[in-house]
Design a protein around this ligand. Sequence first.
Ligand SMILES: Cc1cc2nc3c(=O)[nH]c(=O)nc-3n(C[C@H](O)[C@H](O)[C@H](O)COP(=O)(O)O)c2cc1C
Length: 148
Amino acid sequence: MAKKIGVIIGSLRKDSFNRKITKELIRLASDRLEMEIIEIGNLQLYNQDLDENPPKEWVDFREKIKSKDGILIVSPEYNRTIPGVLKNAIDVGSRPYGKNVWDGKPGAVVTSSMSSLGGLAANHHIRQAFVFVNVPLMQQPEAYIGNV
Ligand SMILES: Cc1cc2nc3c(=O)[nH]c(=O)nc-3n(C[C@H](O)[C@H](O)[C@H](O)COP(=O)(O)O)c2cc1C
């Protein structure tokens, strides 16, 4: 049975290059992987107070992540780090304490940029957060898509 991969895009832009790259990756892997884009633009900003009675969007997002065998992030770099919307999604999935939905899920990271650096800094900042939420990440090949 094909592994189920949840794909998170770090850009909300309608004509996002990262969304286009994601669609192509889904097409290329369609004979081996069941990939689904999990949208993050509707997630309320993480606030620990809301964890007592979490918004439906958080609950649905956490359930979606739990249902997947692995996670792929495809993201731009914003100001040499992770786009806020992506960091928010990582935070929402990591809480409440003890119920981290990322825990142990294998992951991979692709970054792209209009510059030749290909989102290198964002790629490694995503990796840094994923160490803490215990996502074992594919090391090679690395994917920094420059001059997108
Ligand atoms: C707020 C903001 C900050 C950005 N910072 C960087 C950056 O640090 N490094 C970089 O290579 N590109 C940066 N860019 C340019 C993005 O790589 C470019 O806008 C890219 O197209 C965004 O991805 P998208 O097409 O998927 O929306 C930035 C863009 C925005 C809007």
